[in-house]
Structures are given as structure tokens and as C-alpha cells.
Design a protein around this ligand. Structure first.
Ligand SMILES: Nc1ncnc2c1ncn2[C@@H]1O[C@H](COP(=O)(O)OP(=O)(O)O)[C@@H](O)[C@H]1O
Ligand SMILES: [Mg+2]
Length: 357
């Protein structure tokens, strides 16, 4: 069993609090991602799970075992964890086989068993035919897979990955996402993955823990966070969003700049609100089909069309499908329908976007 239980963990460096009362459970076999802007405390959390850093207060359990507590501290090598960091180090003078065999050799695993296990894991990461090569004879993605194989060869129940794809080019990064996801699913291991890249987090995770300022802002499946962001920060960090000021009352939201009303989805809001709208959730139509506006700009992106529509004095971003480029013209009258949005109370969205403590 490799569930991870983090109970009321706080971490301070000197007088700075980096993580505050982190209190979450990661389930056995789950792929969880710690997502957030640079400096929000992701690596620090991972290093505490690994045992390279001690919490200032709180407890960490791996499975049933208390590994970090007031009077307990299990060192990293006894935690049974596999790890790959951003600057994955493969030994340049050792061939692929020896690089991957290393963790077994330092445990004095028998030679035959070492061979079997290394060969098996090299098959899994599609490197079997390169076993005798030196790392510098391989591509960046292949070298990254050496690091992954080395982390997996000892068959850890828990794998910690800290921005392992950030040094790779875009295409490779995309294919490695799926490889890591499939591989760890096949092996049934629990993965705690750290990234600041929201697309990567969305593509890979069973659950995302979105962190800002040392606090978990929201946790949930990618779909939950994307469609039901808990606060403006969450709405803004995952995907594209624009905020519009409005006034709520009587089950309606009046959008000031649009001079239009939207239904209040929960019927509860009153007073000043901020309405978060994703540009792909605004539908374009011909004149008279919705809120009137004028198409001012269209950018053809192939699979989509990035548009600006002027409503009153406001330019609104609308992402239409690829065909929108051919259906509409710049300067033409169009109409907008907002199919989905979130309402947050309060006037000053800038404040809410910054920091919530
Ligand atoms: N050993 C340390 N001593 C002092 N400050 C640290 C130390 N490690 C990290 N920090 C600080 O803690 C904060 C969080 O860092 P980190 O966990 O690396 O963030 P992330 O991985 O999310 O970018 C940063 O402000 C960083 O400067
Ligand atoms: Mg980091």
C-alpha cells in the first residue's frame, strides 16, 4: 500500500512560511499533481514526502507507516520511494544498462535478478535495444526514460516526479506525458507529480492539488477544477478566462459593460460580482440571436478562431471553432451567447487573483 497521508503539515524556512497546514490524502494507485506557480511550495512538499526536508509541524504517513512526525523521522533511503527530478542526472560514463542497474547494485541484488529486472524495465520504457549505448548517444527523451527506468527498477510503490519533462521540447513533452501516465498506471504505482504547467496537469492527473501562496486553493479532478473553479485564482490558473463586473439581484446578473443580463446560476448572489467567462464558452451567432456585438478581429488558428467582438465599449475575446473564420467577417454584426460561466462575489478581482491566505 502506498497511500500518502499529509496531516496538518506546515513548513517554514526561517520566518517565511512556505506551506501552511497542508492536510490532504493521496490514495493508493492514484496519479496526483501538485500544480501552482513557481515558488508556491511544490518542490518543498515533494522533498518532505521523500525525506529530504522535515516539516516544521505536522505528520506524513506513507501507507500505514509514520515517516515524519514530532519524534519520528524515517530517512529517504528507507522510505521505498522512486524519484525523478527536473535535472535528471544520468551518469555519462555508464551505459544505459548500468545506469538503470545502479539502484539494485547498491542493494547487492543478485546478478541474475538484476539482469532480469533491468531488462524488463528497459522493455517497458522502450529502451531495450539501447542497453549498451552511452547516454550521450541518445536523445533527450530517451535519456529522460533512463532516469525513469532507474527510478522504477527497484519497484517503488510511490513515485515522486518533480517537473521531469520541463527540459524537453514541446513535441517530446507531449508524448512523454502519455508514456509516463500509461506506464505508472500499468505498474499500479502511486505518483505524486509536480508541475507548473496546467496542460500537463490536466492531461495526466486523476486529481490536481492547486497551490498558491503555500495553501491548497482547490483539489479535484481536472474537470472539476476547470468547470467549477473554487475562486478566481483557480479559474485563472487553469485555462483562459476573462472577468467581467456585474451586479446580482433577483436571480439575475447584470453585466455592466455588456449592458446585458445573464441568469444567476445559483440564484443566490446579490450585490457586486465578478463573472468569470472562458472565451470558448461564448458562442457566436448571426445578428439577433443573442447579445449584439461587432466582430472586430479574427485570428485563424486552424482548429479554432480567436476573435474579438465589441459589445458597447468593451472588447470581448471569443474562441470559435475553425469554421468560424469562414462564417463571419471582420466588421460584421454578430451576437453572443454565454453558455457557461462562474459568479464570484466581490468587487476587486485583482485582489482575489493575487493571494488568498
Ligand atoms: N532550503 C531553503 N531555504 C530557504 N528557502 C527555501 C528553501 N527551499 C525553498 N525555499 C523557498 O520556499 C519557497 C517555495 O520553494 P519551492 O518549494 O522550491 O517552490 P516551487 O517548487 O513551487 O517552485 C520559495 O520561496 C523558495 O525560495
Ligand atoms: Mg519546484
Amino acid at each position: 500500500m502506498a497511500s500518502v497521508s499529509i496531516q496538518h503539515v506546515t513548513k517554514q524556512f526561517g520566518t517565511t512560511t512556505v506551506l501552511r497546514d497542508f492536510n490532504e490524502e493521496f490514495r493508493d494507485g492514484e496519479f496526483v499533481t501538485l500544480l501552482g506557480p513557481s515558488g508556491c511550495g511544490k518542490t518543498t512538499m515533494l522533498r518532505m514526502i521523500a525525506g529530504f526536508e522535515r516539516p516544521t509541524s505536522g505528520e506524513i504517513r506513507i501507507g500505514e507507516t509514520l515517516v515524519s512526525g514530532e519524534k519520528t523521522f524515517v530517512p529517504p533511503e528507507q522510505r521505498g520511494i522512486g524519484m525523478v527530478f527536473q535535472s535528471y542526472a544520468v551518469w555519462p560514463h555508464m551505459n544505459v544498462f548500468s545506469n538503470v542497474a545502479y539502484p539494485l547494485q547498491i542493494r547487492h541484488t543478485a546478478r541474475k535478478e538484476t539482469e532480469d529486472r533491468v531488462n524488463r524495465i528497459l522493455e517497458v520504457v522502450h529502451l531495450a535495444q539501447y542497453a549498451k549505448r552511452l547516454p550521450n548517444q541518445l536523445s533527450g527523451g530517451q535519456q529522460q526514460r533512463i532516469a525513469l527506468a532507474r527510478a522504477l527498477v527497484a519497484e517503488p510503490e510511490l513515485l515522486l516526479l518533480d517537473e521531469p519533462l520541463s527540459n524537453l521540447d514541446a513535441k517530446l513533452r507531449e508524448s512523454m506525458r502519455f508514456e509516463i501516465k500509461e506506464l505508472t498506471r500499468k505498474l499500479g504505482i502511486t505518483v505524486v507529480y509536480v508541475t507548473h504547467d496546467q496542460t500537463e496537469a490536466m492531461a495526466m492527473s486523476d486529481r490536481i492539488f492547486l497551490i498558491n501562496n503555500g495553501i491548497v486553493q482547490q483539489s479535484g479532478t481536472p474537470e472539476e477544477i476547470y468547470n467549477h473553479p473554487a475562486n478566481p485564482f483557480a479559474a485563472d490558473f487553469l485555462g483562459k478566462v476573462d472577468f467581467f463586473e456585474g451586479t446580482a439581484g433577483n436571480g439575475k446578473i447584470h453585466l455592466t459593460a455588456w449592458n446585458a443580463d445573464l441568469p444567476d446560476p445559483e440564484g443566490q448572489a446579490s450585490g457586486p460580482v465578478q463573472v468569470a467567462v472562458r472565451p470558448e464558452n461564448i458562442l457566436l451567432g448571426g445578428p439577433g440571436e443573442g447579445i449584439p456585438g461587432v466582430m472586430t478581429r479574427m485570428y485563424y488558428l486552424g482548429d479554432s478562431t480567436d476573435c474579438r467582438v465589441r459589445v458597447g465599449e468593451t472588447e470581448i475575446r471569443v474562441i470559435g471553432d475553425g469554421f468560424a473564420y469562414h462564417r463571419f467577417r471582420e466588421g460584421e454584426e454578430v451576437s453572443l451567447t454565454v453558455r457557461s460561466y462562474r459568479v464570484f462575489s466581490g468587487e476587486n478581482v485583482e485582489e482575489q487573483l493575487k493571494i488568498r491566505t
